[in-house]
Design a protein around this ligand. Sequence first.
Ligand code: G3I
Ligand code: 9MR
Length: 676
Amino acid sequence: MRTLLLVLALSASVAAQTEAIRLNQVGFYPDGPKVAVVVGAGEVAVSIRPEGGGDAVWTGTLGPARTWSASGETVRRVDFSDVTAPGTYVVEVDGVGASYPFEVREAVHEQAARAALKSFYFQRASTDLPEAFAGPWARVGGHPDTQVLVHASAATAERPTGTVLSAPKGWYDAGDYNKYIVNSGISVGTLLSLYEWEPGYVTAFEVGIPESGDAVPDLIDEALWNVRWMLAMQDTDGGVYHKLTTANFEGEVAPDQATATRYVVQKGTAATLDFAATMAQASRIATDFPDALPGLADSLRTAALDAWTWARANPSVRYDQGALNAAFDPNINTGEYGDGSFADEFDWAAMELYLTTGADSFRTAVGGFPTGGVGLPYWGGVRELGVHSLLAHRADLGPEVNGAALEQSLLAMADRFVGALSSTPYGVPMGIDSWNFGWGSNSVAANQGVALLIAHRLTGDRDYLDAAIASLDYLLGRNATGYSFVTGVGDKTPQNPHHRPSRALTRNPRFYDGPIPGLIAGGPNPGQQDGCAGYPSSLPARSYTDVWCSYASNEVAINWNAPLVHLAVGIEAALSATGGPVDAEPGAEAVDLGLSVSPNPAAGPATVRFRLDEAGDVTVRLVDLLGREVRRAHNGPLAAGPHTVALAAAGLPAGVYVVHLGTPTGAASRALTLVR
Ligand code: G3I
Ligand code: 9MR
């Protein structure tokens, strides 16, 4: 009997890990909501235990069974928000198993937020990414974009077909290497909006990019990388080219190997207005940094006004790739971002220009700003971006703008999302409307969270913030796929995103450290337009597959990552006790390649192996994504030959780190992902 009890006690503390328990794989705030969803269990007992065993710190019972038609699952929820003591825990469900370990602590999403913003650095075109900033994902630059041809569809007397333009920099749109103005607009706008709402926190938020430490916040520096490219996409008449693109998608190769001719193609009303809005907003923000960004605010404002003037004269020029290909060669077969309704683009541009210039003529030009109907933004529906800007500046609005009505409309939507926390099986806003699951559905979840954050900022009401956290919980694991959709963030994360730079790294004969971190996959999409084999289900909430070929569910894109940044950074900002990130020290250090690290130590030290060709002083350090040292495993002389060094990782927050090895003859780095 004693033996049996002992066995039971032991087995209780080593319950097998199961994917049937879905929860935010990163963790929870001490005073925040904490919910897990369990698939296929009865009304059984639940306990929260320290990782690695030990006495339960909380016990309870699973809630009532509920069926989600979007996933075809019957699930039960458990709310363990009463667990407030910082630590690393698992959820154990009787007869089901144990969850992935998760943390309870302040600033629990700070690393995830950093990774999400840093991913934009990894999307930069026209530049080397040195190891000092890119660690094991370093690469030589591609796409200088200094010899871009004017496509026949964009030809003018001043710039005839074949004219050579220079339009370097910018971010790659997604898993492909093209640069699209329409999608750039919403992405930059979403990031800049975060700065306008949270200037204090964002100013102190560093992510280890070449500009870190300058007088401009990293988020603004990063956005300007794309803005400076956008400026070059404006034709001399004020109109803006729809995109800078190859004729066809490039192969599965690294940027420097993707060398097909690049074109700027037809100007269009949507691109020109998205450009006008973005430049107007960026101009407003640039005035905060007159010394660091001399003259930029004026240049951006002029560009915005010229674009506005062009769009007013050309109010319905659609980018229709089929029509374009019927008329011009070479045919263009890359992403379309086609959109035939321009009222929302006019509104967005007018709202940003109104805020930036103070001139009421922009408002009257669109017949007055709408006062209701606030929904969620997406690349083809951008009015909300302007609404968010108006609300961010509501204290300065003139009587001609009905900010109160816009606020009420946004709050009405946010209230519905809050209602979803109790009314839906997973307790998340995502899926509240059936259209939520489409191509890039994770951006819907992220944008729901952003809307909730704005509601929280407007009212101070904690319910909105908790619902925004639920949206982040969805993205980081409390969903019907069991994935945390952000590369390198969580335990079960996308390994094969449709992302050419990551894909190309898998071909690196020396090593592969996993996909570039901080990128969010598109997510469940029952359209399954890629026709890939291997989708686990055709049900909306489960139509996701982590394979390269699944560009309809597993691609990444800047307009999906931008609301993730806004959501994760925004939550951290809202809950920051100090008004700034916990760790704000910038820094990065140059290194080369070449060592091995034991993968993903769940607990205990990581094992670092390397070989020295000659004796000398050696450092083995663990740094975070900013290049900041968080652990030092060795610092001193070592003999020539093979070495094994233990690197203590206990106590560090989960996330992506880099092991740096410094030797007299060279340096090396490898990724180390800590999961808990
Ligand atoms: O607007 C209709 C809606 O009326 C209809 O009810 C719904 C039902 O399917 O479809 C809606 O259209 C969808 C459209 O996006 C707008 O949301 C299309 O089905 C859907 O196929 C389309 O997907 C877009 C995809 O390109 C294909 O064009 C994605 O939004 C867009 O994010 C994606 O973008 C690509 C770029 O073209 C190229 N670079 C990568 C990027 C990400 O995959
Ligand atoms: O790689 C492309 C991806 O970036 C796009 O979002 C997607 C839809 O336009 O298309 C992908 O390219 C595929 C092409 O459309 C069809 N042949 C296979 C390509 C992926 O390898």
